[in-house]
Design a protein around this ligand. Structure first.
Ligand code: ADP
Length: 373
């Protein structure tokens, strides 16, 4: 078999590279994947983000053909891959457990998938050198895998996944075990690689910052369901429910009811505080809602500023923590169960201080109360 026959040509059309339609995977009574529809676009870097156990890896493994599905369809470049074994799906994979062969040389590790595909010697030499260049590790082919640093091993694992030129690269938390600095370095490495080579990447992580940094789009998962798919900034600014808002950074979910009157569209909290929201939320009038305000969008003031673009509520400082870049406050508000969290640039208020929590009206996002659970 000629190596190049095994390389599926890459899709440059607008069609989805990977399409999941109504995919279900059950383990006993539980749906690890619960009726998921998803389309991954050509050359996209897509991240599945969610807490542990939400079904991210199971989706990745289903795409790779490592787990069978119990319902729905998976298409890769237009073809239903239900009966296609993993090795014929033309997919590169990197997992947290890298599965490098420790006593083999770097060259032999990377050459392994090419040899499995019966590539010729010259081609192997050329492709391994190219793959090592790609991950910025030239001239280490003769080293043994176990002699390399953690970061170098990650790069070798990526080189091995890319060496046969797959159209799809799957990353299952490959950097999860690395320390923070190395993890950040590898994240930037993935961004660089994705810019330089023609490959679609699906990444899995529970780290919202990683998802934001890397991804063209993010799919947020909860209990086997895909809750929201959007660009990072949209998810952050316009989450569909409290779960997504909570998962992406420090947010405050302030429960209340929407009211519309001459003063505008407002939220009334159970404690009787009133603040203004965008008129676009007027259609939720009378409904139980959660207003989502990001910790970094709140300013602590000694008194209410006189500015129609600003709104807010009164509270009392409960906790003040110096974090270096910001000062973190927790502020108690009458009638609210949880304290309001604030990430402030200045830190002049001490616990016990009466303060006004001020934020711009256009920085509040309101979601329906049916998602309160
Ligand atoms: P995540 O990647 O988001 O951490 P997983 O996809 O690994 O989540 O798991 C989703 C759910 O499916 C979890 O509840 C997990 O316990 C369950 N699960 C995954 N693999 C198996 C398996 N082989 N047997 C039984 N349950 C499994």
């Amino acid at each position: 078999m000629n190596m190049d026959q095994n390389i599926v040509s890459k899709s440059h059309s607008g069609d989805a590279v990977v399409k999941l339609a109504g995919v279900v995977k059950t383990y006993g009574q539980m749906n690890a994947i619960d009726n998921v529809d998803l389309e991954i676009r050509p050359r996209e870097l897509f991240t599945l983000l969610g807490p542990s156990g939400s079904g991210k890896s199971t989706i990745l493994r289903a795409i790779a053909g490592l787990v069978s599905i119990d319902g729905g369809q998976i298409l890769i470049e237009g073809d239903d891959v239900g009966d296609v074994p993993t090795y014929k799906r033309n997919i590169g994979m990197v997992f947290q457990s890298l599965a490098l062969f420790p006593h083999m040389s770097v060259f032999d590790n990377i050459a392994f998938p090419l040899r499995m595909r019966r590539a010729g010697r010259k081609e192997i030499t050329r492709r391994v050198a190219e793959a090592l260049d790609m991950v910025q590790l030239p001239n280490i082919g003769t080293r043994k895998a176990h002699e390399l640093s953690g970061g170098q091993q990650q790069r070798v694992a990526i080189a091995r996944a890319l060496v046969y030129n797959p159209s799809l690269l799957l990353l299952d938390e490959p950097f999860g075990a690395l320390d923070k600095r190395l993890r950040e370095e590898m994240q930037l490495e993935i961004v660089r690689l994705h810019r330089e080579i023609d490959v679609t990447i699906i990444n899995v992580t529970h780290d919202q910052v990683e998802a934001m940094i890397l991804s063209d789009r993010i799919g947020v998962m909860s209990d086997g369901k895909l809750v929201q798919v959007a660009q990072g900034e949209d998810l952050y600014r316009r989450p569909v429910n409290r779960f997504v808002a909570d998962f992406l950074g420090r947010s405050n979910c302030i429960d209340g009811t929407i009211r519309k009157d001459a003063a505008g569209t407002q939220v009334i909290t159970p404690g009787g505080a009133v603040f203004t929201v965008d008129a676009g939320f007027a259609h939720m009038e009378g409904k139980a809602t959660s207003a989502i305000v990001r910790a970094e969008d709140i300013t602590l003031c000694a008194a209410r500023p006189d500015d129609a673009a600003l709104t807010g509520i009164a509270g009392k400082v409960d906790l003040r923590l110096f974090e270096g870049e910001a000062v973190y406050y927790e502020v108690k508000v009458a009638g609210l169960d949880s304290a309001v969290r604030v990430a402030s640039k200045s830190g002049e208020f001490a616990p016990g201080a009466e303060v006004w929590l001020s934020w711009a009206v256009d920085r509040v996002w309101v979601v329906g109360g049916e998602t309160h659970a």
